[in-house]
Design a protein around this ligand. Structure first.
Ligand code: GLU
Length: 299
């Protein structure tokens, strides 16, 4: 049956969801301004969500810097802000639905074991595809490993999951290079290929959550109708559609914008120590300079 595009919501709600594991750079500024512009064009609002579930990488000083950098850029957002670190119970409860469907299995592999056992196949992020080592462990082996306190993570059996969901797609607002979203508001249907991710981790060893689980749970919880984010997360949308379908969550419309490159035409990233907004501000750039550099002419 032909899938209908989701109905236009009375009040579109968007979100900007940075991870506080470094200082924001120009790419984040672009993303945040793009969210704001898209919300305005759709006649909606946007929320700020801090994706700080990673206890090792998230730092309070980066959260504070996110607030001050965004305010400096002239952005305003409703309070209180949702912090993912406050929502671990909600993620664990959400994963229950996947357990009940028989789609999660315990995995005791270390990263090293995965590297050693995997083939050349890579997931869309370039990580080795999970070779399925723990997929068919017997009850006794599982019980034994749990009893000795071996660290455990839970993975989604993607083949079983897709047998339940059938073929999936998502609705995407056409985006074009540049700061303004396409004027054309009719979304187009994009087919998903979530099998590229293999059996992803749903509950990590260190926390009862994962990026994919947190994002879909929170987008539903916050009533997000439109998800705008960079093209680096395009492939993740396929996995998010799998989880939304299995967990019977509402389906947002997506928009994936171009990424901002540095002067050497390399993607900006926190790990490459790209010039932070904080550094640009200290070097004398004004918020207006940043807007113009990124191609935003209206505030
Ligand atoms: N927290 C993610 C990041 O900073 C973005 C999550 C999302 O937009 O889904 O890359």
């Amino acid at each position: 049956m032909e899938r209908q595009a989701p109905e236009k919501p009375a009040k579109p709600i968007l979100r900007f969801a940075p991870s506080p594991n470094g200082y924001l750079h120009l790419g984040h500024a672009f993303s945040a301004l793009f969210v704001k512009n898209t919300a305005r064009r759709l006649g909606g609002t946007w929320l700020l969500r801090i994706e700080d579930m990673d206890p090792d990488r998230s730092k309070t000083r980066f959260i504070k810097a996110i607030y001050s950098d965004l305010a400096w850029l002239g952005l305003e957002w409703p309070r209180p802000v949702l912090l993912q670190s406050d929502r671990l119970d909600a993620y664990e409860r959400a994963a229950r639905k996947l357990f009940d469907l028989g789609l999660l299995y315990p995995c005791f592999c270390s990263r090293k074991q995965i590297r050693q056992n995997s083939t050349a196949a890579r997931d869309p992020d370039g990580a080795p595809l999970y070779p399925g080592t723990c997929k068919n462990l017997g009850r006794n082996e599982i019980a034994g490993n749990l009893a000795t306190g071996k660290p455990v993570q839970y993975r989604l059996d993607i083949q079983k999951a897709l047998a339940l969901t059938g073929p999936l797609s998502f609705w995407q607002l056409p985006a074009r290079p540049g700061p303004e979203p396409e004027r054309e508001t009719e979304p187009e249907k994009i087919p998903c290929h979530p099998e590229r991710w293999g059996d992803v981790v749903i509950l990590r060893k260190d926390i009862p959550a994962s990026y994919h689980l947190g994002v879909v749970t929170d987008d539903a919880f916050q009533g997000i109708t439109h998800v705008t984010r960079g093209k680096d997360l395009l492939a993740s949308t396929d996995m998010h559609r799998v989880l939304q379908t299995l967990m019977k969550l509402p389906e947002p419309v997506y928009s994936h914008h171009e990424l901002i490159n540095d002067e050497q035409q390399q993607k900006l990233s926190k790990s490459r120590k790209s010039q932070s907004l904080e550094a640009l501000r200290r070097a004398g750039m004004s918020p207006r300079d940043i807007h113009l550099r990124l191609g935003f002419t209206s505030g």
